[in-house]
Design a protein around this ligand. Structure first.
Ligand code: UD1
Ligand code: UDP
Length: 380
């Protein structure tokens, strides 16, 4: 039976790979051998636990304050050794992390076909997001099958001369994952969040972690949050903090002591999606959150100057605002003060998927292996 090896290592990859792992495991003609690198630890395990995924192989490469090259080399070395004992018929990598590009390169160098999930996203700026824009372009060079979430991402690949026959438009599997968990309305493990859910105060959800925002920009975002919390004592600001100590050192000092800024540990995915659904405004630099919140009709202010996810910007639900302290304060204030500006952005749009991306993914993998036909492309 053909061996398909999903390889992933960070929280967002785990969330987006989970529906694919489930669909591969249900396919009786394929042997799914889940391999995690452990680029993340707690944040990765949290997702695997939620979806009931037990990896067959775990490289456990994480180190405190790890470097990009450290993650890259430990992943390639670990996978190369694994390929000596398990030789998959294809590997599946997701997105643009170091794990994903290292997985693609390690497989390519051993002659193993690479399936790239969430292919074709481009910000057209090699240094933003860094290093993700380079990572996804490198993976595109070595992939045999490119699974583009949207027609925009397919068109980016076609412009780079990727053959049309090697591209399938699947939708983004994050919408499969979101639709599976969000309707469960799981209880919050933190009683403070359960209190927030029960009261009728407005809520602003904040996440930040991007490497290019770390340092001065992130400290400015911290100051902006503290100012907003002071100006709007009737609004709660919830900040699930990334585990990265560099992020915490930048953002947390400014908001310490602010009663209406609630800092939490990373939330389990079900809890986090419930929090999006409860929010009035989402302020983030995350890729995945830009895809999820529009589906739930939440205005999203993105603390970046560009995005590889233009679809929800075009739809009007996402606005790029950068990281300037004054701009963050003024954009959040506008949404809190101006009902018309709010209504203009609070549209539920779902350009990223319909919940069936994993089925299209598995069908396309089967076609790659000569075992069947792909499904019709996703269109929004
Ligand atoms: C990485 C990805 C980024 C993705 C983000 C998702 C790359 C180049 N970057 O960010 O694309 O958006 O993950 O969150 O692959 N840590 C823990 N426990 C965890 C996770 C992290 O302790 O569960 C700490 C460790 O000290 C680690 C640090 O956070 O060294 C940074 O983790 P890392 O994966 O290197 O972060 P980024 O590269 O910033
Ligand atoms: N997320 C989560 N718990 C949190 C914060 C985020 O489960 O406390 C989820 C979120 O719903 C999204 C993903 O993590 O699916 C985004 O991860 P992150 O922002 O770390 O990475 P990115 O998407 O920017 O690569």
């Amino acid at each position: 039976m053909p061996i398909i090896m999903p390889i992933y290592g960070t929280r967002p990859e785990a969330i987006k790979m989970a529906p694919i792992v489930k669909a591969l495991e249900e396919d009786e003609g394929l042997d799914c051998v889940v391999t995690v690198t452990g680029q993340h630890r707690e944040m990765l395990d949290q997702v695997n636990d939620l979806f009931g995924i037990v990896p067959a192989h775990d490289l456990n490469i994480i180190q405190p304050r790890q470097t990009l090259n450290g993650v890259l080399t430990r992943t390639i070395q670990g996978l190369d050794a694994l390929f000596d004992t398990v030789m998959p018929d294809a590997v599946v990598v997701q997105g643009d992390t170091t794990t994903s590009t290292a997985g693609a390169l390690a497989a390519f160098n051993r002659g193993i076909p690479v399936v790239h999930v969430e292919a074709g996203l481009r910000s057209f700026n090699l240094f933003s997001p860094f290093p993700e824009e380079a990572n996804r372009k490198i993976t595109s060079q070595v992939a045999s099958l490119h699974l583009a979430p949207t027609t925009t991402s397919r068109d980016n690949l076609l412009r780079e001369a990727v053959p049309a026959a090697a591209i399938s438009v699947t939708g983004n599997t994050v919408i499969d994952a979101l639709l599976e968990v969000v309707e469960k309305e799981v209880p919050f493990s933190d009683p403070v969040l359960e209190e927030l859910a029960a009261n009728d105060r407005r809520l602003v959800l904040v996440t930040t972690h991007r490497r290019e925002n770390q340092g001065d920009a992130m400290r400015g975002v911290g100051r902006a949050l503290a100012r907003l919390a002071g100006a709007y004592p009737d609004v709660d600001f919830v900040l699930p903090a990334h585990r990265n100590p560099v992020v915490r050192e930048a953002i947390l000092p400014a908001v310490e002591g602010a009663a209406n800024v609630i800092v939490t540990e990373p939330l389990a995915y079900g809890e986090f999606t419930r929090l999006i659904a409860l929010s009035d405004v989402v302020l983030t630099d995350s890729g995945g959150v830009q895809e999820e919140a529009p589906g739930l009709g939440k205005p999203v202010l993105v603390m970046r100057d560009n995005t590889e996810r233009p679809e929800a910007v075009v739809a009007g639900t996402v606005k790029l605002i950068g990281t300037d302290e004054e701009r963050v304060v003024s954009e959040v204030s506008t949404l809190l003060d101006d009902p018309q500006a709010y209504a203009a952005m609070a549209n539920a749009v779902n350009p990223y998927g319909d919940g069936h991306a994993a089925e299209r993914t598995v069908a396309a993998i089967r076609q790659l292996l000569g075992l069947g036909d792909r499904l019709p492309d996703f269109s929004s």
